[in-house]
Every structure is written in C-alpha cells, then in structure tokens.
Design a protein around this ligand. Structure first.
Ligand code: ADP
Length: 193
C-alpha cells in the first residue's frame, strides 16, 4: 500500500494537492476536516461534538478523532492506499495511527510536509473565506488561533516521522502544478528506493 500523511499548517494547500495525488496514485483521500464538516452539515452526533471546537479553531479531542478516522479507513478494505489529510494532528493521533496500521499489516510510507510561511498562510485563509463559507477562515483571530494550535500541538508530529526517517519537506509556494510535481518526485524517490 501507499499510505501518505500530507502534512502542513492550515492553508498550506493539503486539500488542493490531495486531489492531484489521489488521481495520480489511485488513493483514497481521508480529510478529517472534510469529514467533520459533512457531519456538521448532516447534524450527526459526531458533528455536534466537533462543531464547538472547530468554530474556535481548536482541535477536536483525540478520542473522537481517532475512532472516527479508524472507522473511515475500515470503509475501504480494497484501497491501494490512503492520503491522510489533516491527520494525525497530535502525537497521540500519530501513535494511534501507527498501531492501527500495524494491526492491518501495513504502515505509513512517508510524511510529505508542505512548507509555507505564516504571512502567506494568513493571506491564503482570509482569501479562501470568500469562497469556502467557512467561519473558521473568515475571522483573523480564529485563523491566528489555528496557526498557534498548529505550532503547539501539530508541528511536533513531524518529529515522530523524522525519527522513522519518513519525513520529506516540500516547498509549498509556486503553482499548484509545480507543487504537485515536487510531491510526485518525493513519492517516486521513496517508493523506488
Ligand atoms: P485546515 O487544515 O485548513 O485547518 P481542516 O479542514 O483540516 O482545515 O480542519 C478544520 C478543523 O477541523 C480544525 O481546525 C480542527 O478543529 C478540526 N480537525 C480536523 N482534523 C483534526 C484532527 N486530526 N484532530 C483534531 N481536530 C481536527
């Protein structure tokens, strides 16, 4: 299997790049943010639990997020691989994912981390608010909080994959196509190795 953690701060371009990666490598795209948003829209129990956290730019608790992610993976028993987009976002989630994939006789192939500086992120998110309809994009204080939470809780997850020699940093500024090509090159280098 080809299991990729697509990593990076809010606004780094994970969703956009995921689309190109799933087409090229025939993978299943699991975006925890998208799954939460569709649950909020459908007014499910999970959506109700997640909404208060998301509205503030805080993380949804690990217990909720981990069990949701695992049940999503279970829906695709014949997948050739997954793009994990927005997960893992804490060290506990990274550990849980490793254990879960081991129990399925598979593992993470690599973490591809989109690197974009903070001023560019804030500009992109506020711009995205015009079309995304996402309240967490529209308010600069919430945007800043998401980046603060990222730096505090999520950035350390990179260390987890660095220790396993699975981390690959990708420069995240340029055209969508240029960045896709950087990602493809990184994947090909890992897979052919
Ligand atoms: P972005 O990457 O642009 O911040 P996402 O759509 O990935 O947006 O996430 C939106 C929100 O969903 C996050 O701010 C958080 O509240 C929640 N969320 C998404 N993934 C996770 C996760 N793995 N753990 C906890 N909360 C999450």
């Amino acid at each position: 299997m080809l299991n990729i953690v697509l990593f990076g701060p809010p606004g780094a371009g994970k969703g956009t790049q995921s689309e190109n990666l799933i087409t090229k490598y025939n993978l299943v795209h699991l975006s925890t943010g998208d799954i939460f948003r569709s649950n909020i829209k459908g007014e499910t129990e999970l959506g109700k639990k997640a909404k208060a956290f998301m509205d503030k730019g805080e993380l949804v608790p690990d217990s909720v997020t981990i069990s949701m992610l695992e049940s999503e993976v279970e829906k695709y028993p014949n997948a050739k691989g997954f793009i994990f987009d927005g997960f893992p976002r804490t060290s506990a989630q990274a550990q849980a994912l490793d254990q879960f994939l081991t129990s399925k006789n598979t593992s993470i192939t690599c973490m591809l981390a989109l690197e974009v500086e903070e001023t560019e992120l804030i500009a992109r998110l506020l711009n995205r608010a015009k079309t995304s309809g996402r309240a967490d994009d529209a308010d600069v204080n919430i945007v800043r909080n998401r980046i603060t939470v990222y730096n505090r809780e999520t950035a350390p997850v990179a260390e987890f994959y660095k220790k396993q020699d699975k981390y690959r940093g990708i420069y995240g500024i340029g055209s969508v196509e240029e960045i896709s090509n950087r990602l493809f090159d990184a994947i090909n280098a890992v897979v052919l190795n």
